[in-house]
Structure formats: structure tokens, C-alpha cells
Design a protein around this ligand. Sequence first.
Ligand code: AMP
Length: 181
Amino acid sequence: MIHVDQDYLKKVIRSIPDWPEKGIIFRDITPVFSDPRALRATMDTFSHRYFDQKIDVIAGIDARGFLIGVTVAYHLNLPFVPIRKKGKLPYKTISEDYDLEYGSATIEIHSDAVQKGNRVIVFDDLIATGGTMLAGAKLVERLGGEVVEMAAIIDLPDLGGSRKIRDAGYDVHALIAYEGH
Ligand code: AMP
């Protein structure tokens, strides 16, 4: 099994204290994309995980989930669909409201993005309270899809999101975890 070097990935990810608000440590994954070794290891790890599973669609959540999701979809020769913040998708959409670690939001998916019975992986960069992933899963399910797993680079277990996702009956997978916020 291919697995990214977690210590290396943690060295590459940048932590920004008190951004965008006091008390939040923002885990900035942009350096992962500018470090070819980290980028390849991260994307290969995800792609390898789903390589021999029956997956029909990869979904990615706005905006960093797009970068991960579309790369994995390309590797696996699968369709990619975006789950976007409200008002960005031009065709017919369905939407879900949810609470964030900081504030609240609405996400949308094109109503033809997932077909009934499709097996879907939902990607985002990070799981905090889990609200974003659960809202994304709800969108997929409202279109008749089945969420096989929710996947992220980072889990913040102390915020309870990954536990909440598991308690709701879903599988969840993250490459690394950080204690605290
Ligand atoms: P949540 O819905 O609380 O699980 O929040 C996850 C979403 O918010 C993801 O799309 C993340 O990109 C973003 N997010 C929340 N907290 C952080 C954080 N500490 N650092 C970076 N992104 C975060």
C-alpha cells in the first residue's frame, strides 16, 4: 500500500495562527501543491486507496477539494464533479445549508452531476466540525448517489468532525491529523 510520509507532509503544510480569525490555526495546504514530492505522494496515496474499488464519481468541495478530487479522478479515469459555494454553478442545482467552524454557508451541486446508484468519494482538504463534508454527502445522496468514503488530507479530531461523520454511518479517511484547533 502506498502511503505518504506523514512527517514530511506535516513539515510541508503551513500553520497560520489566528487566521482568518483569532483562535483558529489555519492549516494551509498550498505548499503541498508547490512541492512536487508532497504533491505526488499525496495524490498517489489517495489514488492508490481507491484504485481497486468500484467507484463511479469523484466529488470535490470548493475550493481545495477540487484540486485533490480532480487529480485523483484523472489518475483513476473517473468523472469529477464540483460541489461549490452558493451561486457559482450555472446549471440547475440543489443546495444544502450547514454550519462551519467559523460562520455558516451553503453549498450546491449540479442536479445532473451524480446518477442514481453511483458510488461516490467526496474530497475536501480538511475536516474540522464535519459540517461541510456531511452537507456534501447529503447533496450526493439527494441525487441518488452512495457515499463510499469522505476523504481529506487533514483531520482535526479534537473538533469532533470525523467522529460525527463516523457516527452518521459513513467511512472517513484522512492522511494526517493535528491536535487542537
Ligand atoms: P468543517 O465543516 O467545520 O469540517 O470545516 C471544513 C472546511 O472548512 C474545509 O473546507 C476547510 O477547508 C475549512 N477549514 C475549517 N477549519 C480550517 C482550518 N483550521 N484550516 C484550514 N481550513 C479550515
